[in-house]
Design a protein around this ligand. Structure first.
Ligand code: UGA
Length: 423
């Protein structure tokens, strides 16, 4: 069993920390936020993430995990994982100052011959800057990007499609790969720079795929085709793959928008612009606007003073994350056209930046509504019986941007039902 430190206990760091502890390693989670450290030490997770609290409690009980704000508590760790945020600068590039500052602190703290693993999503050649700042020839730097989806972070940690390990020292790269004790995952050993790009290229490819999906949905709506049939048949081609083919109100979250912009900016700096990335970003704005147009059209061409019941605020189901949520972008557009919003989300209970009412019960959000708009694919929305709310709404109109609800059921209750990708 190895002694592992995780620097930064956000989504990625916390999932990795409890994941490694569950595998039997001794883990120290370091975070500058003392209140977070206190919370985690008492067994409470600061984030809404499936199973994290259960695994956390188990590892705390077995003394397999501790949390601290003091870097010296990781002095005897052989592996130190950097899981720090790399937020977006105004120009779209990634801000790596948390990583560089942490490297400065680590210079005097890392054990001899320790391995420093960069797990954060970092722009190309960040590993070289870290090597320079660290200035420790005994320490190996390994680039090991994360591929954890919010909502299924632990599942992804224990069952990854692939584990990417980039580094100069073959021995250290193998030791890092072994920490995951993964039987099925393909381990990709590569150089640091390729590992850094693999992460950006993967997320950007998926974002481009989704933009294309949403454009096909828009195009199908201009014909009498059904995009869901088209996409389903496309997905049967193994080269295309059946996943990530669902039309929606646009893609969002803390990763795709940030990573697409950072890759775009990095490529531009290198004088090798990637216009597909600009197109994907622009197309995503159109995806938000297209949902608003559907609502507007259903309401006779104006949203002024219309009451809209929005179902879902999180950027996808099973998370409480509203950062870069397409739901928020759609709501902003609805408001700008004069609509009033009553929203419901199973876990998001407030949105400080928006003048909307977030209701504690879904039923309260539909009272007097001119239209219901489904923006996040929470499975519980399927359980709502249209026959129980049809007396509460002002107009029986549903716009299902996620193609989540049972269309027949709603139509049978007299609702006008508008899906995404067909007429
Ligand atoms: C994404 C990647 O999937 C992870 O592999 C990666 O590690 C992570 O970013 C990261 O960089 O840390 P995540 O942001 O949690 O994970 O979200 P996804 O499940 O990938 O969804 C992204 C967006 O695409 C969501 O808004 C989702 O609703 C949307 N989406 C996804 C669709 O609109 N249609 C689909 O068919 C699939």
């Amino acid at each position: 069993m190895a002694k592992i430190a995780i620097i930064g206990t956000g989504y990625v760091g916390l999932a990795s920390a409890v994941g490694f502890a569950h595998l039997g390693h001794d883990v120290v989670g370091i975070d500058i936020d003392k209140s977070k450290v206190e919370k985690l030490t008492s067994g409470k997770s600061p984030i809404f993430e499936k199973d994290v609290e259960i695994y956390l409690a188990q590892s705390l009980a077995k003394n397999k995990i501790i949390f601290s704000s003091d870097y010296s508590d990781m002095k005897d760790c052989d592996f130190v994982f950097m899981c720090l945020p790399t937020p977006q600068n105004d120009d779209g590039s990634a801000d790596i100052n948390y990583i560089l500052d942490s490297a400065k602190t680590l210079t005097n703290q890392l054990k001899e011959n320790a391995t420093l693993v960069i797990k954060s999503t970092v722009p190309v050649n960040t590993w070289k800057k870290v090597t320079e700042i660290l200035n420790r020839t005994d320490v190996s730097i390994i680039s090991n990007p994360e591929f954890l989806r919010e909502g299924t972070a632990l599942e992804d940690f224990f069952n990854p499609d692939r584990i990417v390990v980039g580094g100069i020292s073959e021995e250290k790269a193998h030791l890092v790969a072994d920490l995951y004790k993964s039987k099925d995952a393909v381990i990709v050993f590569t150089d640091n720079t390729s590992a850094e790009i693999i992460k950006y290229a993967s997320n950007s490819f998926l974002a481009i795929k989704l933009s294309f999906v949403n454009e096909i949905a828009a195009y199908a709506e201009s014909t009498d085709a059904n995009a869901l049939e088209v996409l389903n048949a496309m997905g049967l081609d193994k080269r295309i793959g059946k996943d990530f083919l669902k039309p929606g109100p646009g893609w969002g979250g803390m990763c795709f928008p940030k990573d697409v912009s950072a890759l775009k900016e990095s490529a531009r700096e290198k004088n090798v612009p990637i216009p597909l990335l600009d197109a994907a970003l622009e197309s995503n704005l159109k995806a938000h606007a297209r949902i608003v147009s559907k609502v507007k059209k259903a309401l006779g061409g104006s949203l002024k003073d219309k009451n809209i019941s929005v179902w879902g605020l999180a950027f996808k189901a099973n998370t409480d994350d509203i950062r870069f949520s397409p739901a928020i972008s759609v709501i902003e557009l609805l408001i700008s056209e004069g609509a009033q919003i009553k929203a419901f989300d199973p876990v998001v209970k407030q949105v400080k930046e928006l003048a909307i009412e977030v209701k504690s019960e879904i039923i309260q959000s539909v009272e007097n509504a001119d239209a219901i708009v489904v923006l996040t694919e929470w499975q519980e929305f399927k359980l709502v019986e249209p026959s129980l709310i049809d007396k509460l709404v002002k107009q029986k109109i549903v716009v299902d941007a996620r193609n989540l609800l049972d269309k027949e059921k709603w139509i049978n209750s007299g609702f006008m039902f508008i899906g995404n990708g067909y007429n």
